[in-house]
Design a protein around this ligand. Structure first.
Ligand code: AMP
Length: 278
């Protein structure tokens, strides 16, 4: 596995992959502190016939003031070992000055699917995400880019950006990877205390229970209210639990073929996100 820290090295690594002429090049963007969920994206891209470049960059512009940028977990050597073991071909490790030259004057603002939920609760978050992902696309020039369903709104924002700007990258979504008790894997799960880790799977269980009730024909409003109450009872502070259109992220008032249940809740200072297709 090649490790590139400068743009010149990245271009060399990219050219070496092109020269091998096996399939295209896939990008798996990450913020590091890798777990099996990230590695599942590398495996999915490889299984689809791509050579894989993973990026690791803790992007300061997608964190709000008072969020966890400074204490976000960083473990570069363990990350590189996991990527190499998964057959990743190259890893791109830019520093902040490479990502954001001091005279950079451009940012990408997506409206539509970025406006509600995470977008409303974390002003500037999706602007940071869209800008860094577009920059990674410009640096790596991947044929495809792989994202987890876990961050459902994020991948819809990126899809919209790619569609609107006609960026020549195929966006692929891989399923959410979960621990055995259903908790969606996340780099932030390592912040959880033992007690909070035991409570955290309630988020997934609640989504499953709401989904089952909606399929039984129970009315939406009371079912969502009951779900919020269950989360509350388990000690999770609910930011939102909603039924939305899977692409626009607009709230729905009844179940529909393209519906998605999305949820975010806080346990102590850790935010958990999850979602389910209906
Ligand atoms: P992050 O490092 O948290 O920014 O995530 C990098 C990529 O990995 C994003 O596309 C995430 O959606 C994806 N990802 C994170 N956790 C999971 C998971 N449990 N299952 C699948 N994909 C995930």
């Amino acid at each position: 596995m090649q490790i590139a820290r400068t743009h010149a090295h990245l271009i060399e690594a990219r050219a070496a992959l092109t020269a091998r002429m096996q399939g295209g090049v896939a990008l798996v963007p990450t913020m590091g502190a890798l777990h099996e969920g990230h590695i599942s994206l590398v495996r999915a891209a490889r299984a689809a016939g791509f050579q894989v470049i993973a990026s690791i960059f803790v992007n300061p512009t997608q964190f709000g003031p008072g969020e966890d940028f400074a204490r976000y977990p960083r473990d570069e050597s363990a990350d590189c070992a996991m990527l190499a073991a998964a057959g990743c071909d190259a890893v791109w490790l830019p520093d902040v000055a490479t990502m954001y030259p001091p005279d950079a004057a451009t940012a990408i603002e997506v409206a539509g699917p970025a406006l509600l939920w995470e977008g409303a609760l974390r002003p500037g978050h999706f602007r940071g995400v869209a800008t860094v992902v577009a920059t990674l696309f410009g640096q790596v020039r991947p044929d495809s880019a792989w994202f987890g369903a876990k961050d459902w709104q994020q991948v819809q924002v990126i899809r919209r950006m790619v569609r609107d700007l006609l960026l020549p990258v195929a966006i692929e979504i891989a399923p959410t990877w979960r621990d055995v008790d259903g908790l969606a894997m996340s780099s932030r799960n390592r912040y959880l205390s033992v007690e909070d880790r035991a409570r955290a799977p309630t988020l997934f269980r609640t989504l499953e229970a709401v989904k089952a009730r909606l399929h039984q024909g129970d009315p939406l409003g009371p079912t969502l209210a009951a779900g919020r109450a269950d989360l509350d009872m388990a000690g999770l502070a609910v930011d939102y639990l909603a039924l939305v259109d899977e692409k626009t992220l607009q709230p729905l008032d009844r179940i529909a073929p393209d519906a998605r249940l999305i949820a975010a809740a806080r346990l102590g200072s850790t935010r958990l996100l999850d979602n389910l297709a209906l």
